[in-house]
Write a protein that binds this ligand. Structure first.
Ligand SMILES: [Zn+2]
Length: 392
């Protein structure tokens, strides 16, 4: 019912009974408990023209909070979300170049403390902390296994380290799945959602929502699209194939090719994601300024992404593709201009239904927001173990 109240922006008890199928008395009892707990408040009255005016309900955003942390190989983001989904505090920084994971974990803990202190939120109102991390992960043990783009990370028990430092309940989720969760949260459309979230960061991956459910797969590691072949004559990949998307248009191979062709100067000291990200900014700026070499590389990249998205669309028959992640602010315009038409040429179901392609409205915070939404989801949905609602 909390989820209904959040999504509806102003349902009354009568409408809640209609949408949940619960009896008027049950709805009334639950609403009273939520009012008593300060999680919900009466927002006003509406008149529908028949019967007496109804009192609408809304979530009290400041009643409960969740923290979301996103560990991207290039960017660490921490957000605090109110129960209504609004970001009340945030901080982002480049991921340290440290090879020792414990140094990076210390930075995460510092950032969490700093954001909490700056927000001025009473800690007793924080229900938990979600972490979005690059896969593969061991969801059950809360371990980050061997992410290809996080140097030195091997079986790091990240969940328990953060839980011990903060004293909060902590969940660990794959970054792309967290991003899909964030998108699902913000969408207020009625009806089941079927979409793929293309995450563009140091690597590329997809988060999936099918039939309104987040798809995690057997181990929480669904969405690995890195070895979809998009260029059969392309570079060899460590997996044994050629022209996988991971070696065709992830930022590092793209930048390496731009340097080989002399499109941008080869002056990076190493392959750290921060330097690669800066080089991507340069490449996009060159393309925008009319540089043919930069434009060609980025157009080829968007063609490859369209091919990979066609495979995903054909396999899962999604209604929409949402794109986002740290790279989106740079490549978004090019991708939005070119991918929809190309995807439609490649899709098997193009005559049956359209697939909309759009960028996330959540910007580069999408992973961190999604991680916090995981906690709020636990608290708001019927699957909850009564994290929030006081027992009767
Ligand atoms: Zn491969």
């Amino acid at each position: 019912m909390l989820d209904q109240i959040r999504r509806s922006h102003g349902h009354s008890r009568v409408e809640l009974a209609d949408t949940t199928g619960l009896s008027a008395q049950t709805v009334s009892n639950i609403v009273q408990r939520l009012l008593d707990a300060g999680i919900v408040e009466e927002a006003g009255r509406t008149s529908s023209g028949r019967g007496k005016p109804r009192t609408t309900l809304r979530l009290v955003g400041s009643s409960r909070y969740a923290i979301g942390v996103h560990l991207d190989p290039g960017l660490i983001t921490v957000v605090v979300l109110g129960i209504d989904g609004d970001v009340v505090s945030r901080h982002a920084r480049a991921t340290p170049t440290a090879q020792d994971p414990s140094d990076t974990v210390d930075v995460l803990i510092q950032d969490i403390e700093m954001v909490l202190t700056e927000s001025g939120i009473d800690r007793t109102r924080i229900v938990g902390l979600g972490i979005a991390a690059p896969g593969p992960i061991d969801v059950h043990r809360g371990i980050v296994l061997d992410p290809p783009n996080l140097a030195g990370w091997h079986r790091v028990p990240l969940r328990d380290a953060i839980a011990a430092a903060t004293g909060l309940p902590v969940v660990l989720e794959k970054d792309v799945t967290a991003a899909a969760v964030a998108e699902k949260w913000t969408d207020e459309a009625d009806g089941a959602q079927n979409f793929a979230f293309l995450y563009l960061g140091t690597g590329l991956g997809v988060g999936l929502v099918i039939g309104d459910e987040v798809v995690r797969g057997g181990s929480g590691n669904a969405g690995e699209i890195g070895h979809i072949v998009v260029d059969p004559d392309g570079l060899p990949c460590a997996c044994g194939l050629r022209g996988c998307i991971a070696v065709s248009c992830a930022p590092l191979p793209l930048i390496e090719e731009a340097e080989r062709r002399g499109v941008i100067p080869a002056e990076r000291p190493d392959d750290h994601p921060t330097g690669v990200d800066a080089a991507m900014t340069r490449l996009v700026a060159l393309a925008d300024a009319g540089d043919d070499g930069a434009d060609e590389l980025l157009r080829r990249c968007s063609e490859h992404v369209a091919r990979a998205l066609a495979v995903v669309s054909n396999l899962l028959d999604v209604d929409r593709i949402v794109m986002g992640g740290p790279l989106w602010d740079r490549v978004g315009q090019m991708f939005t201009d070119t991918i929809p038409a190309r995807l439609d040429e490649l899709r098997a179901a193009r005559g049956v239904h359209p697939v909309t392609v759009s960028g996330t409205v959540l910007g580069s915070d999408v992973g961190a927001i999604g991680a916090a939404c995981l906690i709020l989801d636990e608290a708001l949905t019927p699957r909850t173990t009564s994290l929030l609602v006081p027992s009767a």
